[in-house]
Design a protein around this ligand. Structure first.
Ligand SMILES: Nc1ncnc2c1ncn2[C@@H]1O[C@H](COP(=O)(O)OP(=O)(O)O)[C@@H](O)[C@H]1O
Ligand SMILES: CC(=O)N[C@@H](CCC(=O)OP(=O)(O)O)C(=O)O
Length: 294
């Protein structure tokens, strides 16, 4: 009996959060390091189907960094990161496109179907969803070339909205056509793509799954985990952060600056991390809010 009462209490605890997010779009970035085992892929797919079943509209944007690195190595292409972004030659771009669209995207769509959901795989090329321009990175104050790496400058979210209306879970690859350049593709950091899409969709929340508990103010000191940070404080902290965290925290900051009410970095190695973050009052990981909460 005690066990049954505890289960009821857990369900009731979720009620205000279900009401808060019902009918809203939530963008979830599923990082390559958070999809490392079949069990984690399955629990992620279950979370997406759960959200959809209680009336929340999940939109997935996925990464696949480790999977891309593996495929490039197999083809004898070395991976080099500059300021947190993969230097992407034309040859590497073809591999990035293939891995993200045919391997990672299809895998997530299939996992969702296996647990009873209906997902639609999309990429920036589909229905001109994204349009991008090339970007560089700053390394030690110097501007460096990144090849076929870009930022999204225009989003046409009609196809994503239509899928949501049809009860589907859109699963989006972070590839963008290059604006004004025929058949040229750009490799977009998936955190950045998720943020841009969240703003365009006026999402209620952006969640970024990764392989750490959250943002550490003084990385790698374990006692420096940040549970909540305001946008102004994050803006000041940003220049002090290291490689992988720069696009991630910039993505959260751009999302809240762009009108998304909340962004969160959560530990994707924890099964059902999305449900824990969205449906429990304390949440998990690091939450970014629009105002400075100091
Ligand atoms: N301040 C920080 N807080 C948390 N993680 C950090 C920090 N600085 C660097 N990192 C590193 O960033 C990594 C996450 O970035 P990344 O590997 O790009 O993730 P993903 O593949 O999920 O996009 C963590 O595993 C950690 O090693
Ligand atoms: C420009 C750039 O760096 N693009 C990323 C795109 C994939 C990604 O972001 O994957 P994760 O989220 O798993 O890291 C890359 O090539 O690795």
């Amino acid at each position: 009996m005690q066990g049954a009462l505890e289960k009821a209490a857990i369900l009731i605890e979720a009620l205000p959060w279900i009401r808060r997010f019902r009918g809203e779009i939530v963008v979830i970035k599923f990082g390559g390091n958070a999809m490392v085992s079949p069990e984690l892929q399955e629990s992620f797919a279950e979370d997406m189907v759960f959200l959809r079943s209680v009336g929340v509209h999940p939109v997935v944007v996925h990464g696949g960094g480790p999977q891309i690195t593996r495929a490039l190595t197999e083809r004898g292409i070395a991976s080099e990161f500059r300021g947190g972004y993969r230097y992407t030659s034309p040859q590497a771009m073809a591999v990035v496109d293939e891995v993200l669209r045919t391997q990672v995207n299809r895998g997530i769509v299939e996992r969702i179907a296996e647990v009873g959901g209906h997902a639609l795989g999309l990429s920036g090329q589909d229905d001109r969803l994204f349009s991008g321009v090339r970007r560089t990175a700053l390394v030690d104050g110097e501007e460096v070339d990144l090849g076929h790496v870009g930022d999204i400058v225009q989003v046409r979210p009609d196809a994503v909205r239509a899928a949501v209306r049809d009860g589907l879970i859109p699963v989006v690859s972070s590839i963008s056509p290059e604006r004004g350049v025929e058949s040229s593709l750009l490799n977009v950091n998936a955190d950045t793509a998720a943020s841009v899409l969240a703003v365009a969709l006026r999402a209620a929340k952006l969640m970024v799954l990764t392989d750490v508990q959250g943002l550490y103010r003084d990385w790698p000191r374990r006692d420096s985990l940040v549970s909540s940070i305001g946008s102004e404080e994050l803006r000041e902290l940003l220049p002090t952060l290291e490689s992988g965290m720069i696009p991630k925290m910039s993505a959260c900051l751009d999302a809240v600056d762009g009108g998304v009410s909340k962004a969160a970095i959560i530990d994707g190695r924890l099964p059902h991390s999305v449900l824990l973050e969205i449906f429990t009052p304390e949440g998990i990981g690091t939450e970014v809010t629009p105002e400075d909460n100091e």
